[in-house]
Write a protein that binds this ligand. Sequence first.
Ligand SMILES: Nc1ncnc2c1ncn2[C@@H]1O[C@H](COP(=O)(O)OP(=O)(O)OP(=O)(O)O)[C@@H](O)[C@H]1O
Length: 241
Amino acid sequence: MIEISNVTKVYNKTYKAVDNISMDIRDGEIFGLLGPNGAGKTTTIKMLTGIIDITEGEIKLNGKSIKDNSLEAKKLFGFVPDSPDMFLRLKGIEYLNFMADVYQVSKEDRKQRIAELAKVFDMESALGDKIMSYSHGMRQKIVIMGTLVHNPRIWILDEPMTGLDPKSSFDLKTMMRQHADNGNTVLFSTHVLEVAEKVCDRVAIINKGKVLFCGTLNEMKEHFKENESLEKMFLEMTENA
Ligand SMILES: Nc1ncnc2c1ncn2[C@@H]1O[C@H](COP(=O)(O)OP(=O)(O)OP(=O)(O)O)[C@@H](O)[C@H]1O
């Protein structure tokens, strides 16, 4: 569960990139953070994960404050950032072992987990190669595998489908569903409405740092009927996808 309460982020003392947002992401659901470029999605995710400070407000992950109890809160989630170009000089398997070390995954558990993930993402034959030799999609997959190697309760993913081939994208969505169905929390951002429609239980639409809507997809469609400007923004987002 993620609780976001009256959160604001001000950059450079004046620019409000996120403006007093509140929402709860519940156990057992896939929650989509939707919005056009510059809406404040990445800023929100960076605050959730403790990468940047919260200017005002509070964020709790399974009851642990990311401000006051950051180390404990950070142990609870796996985070996939929007750029997968990391640790390029490491071999895939070295990166996965590094992540398993950081999260103190036992030798036995990691062996099993890495084998499972490599199979799902069709990466078995690539693990001995350096990440710099991987395609963008393969880099995306190795980062996702590194994030999931410690089996975190909460998954936070910033634009995770970007660059994935259709099969990997499908497999990731299936894994997200399974993880949520097991009573865990999955939050991801996207600017593609279609992706959200296929996988999310609930969405929040943000634009210019404000939450314009938060609810189920059916509720969103009802809301569009009453709010043409929101629907128009979405049509534009879909056209630009
Ligand atoms: N470090 C920073 N300093 C100043 N302004 C920033 C900083 N990071 C982001 N911004 C600004 O804050 C606003 C929100 O940016 P953010 O990256 O959160 O949007 P986003 O919804 O993730 O967009 P995208 O889909 O393009 O990644 C933008 O106007 C951006 O230019």
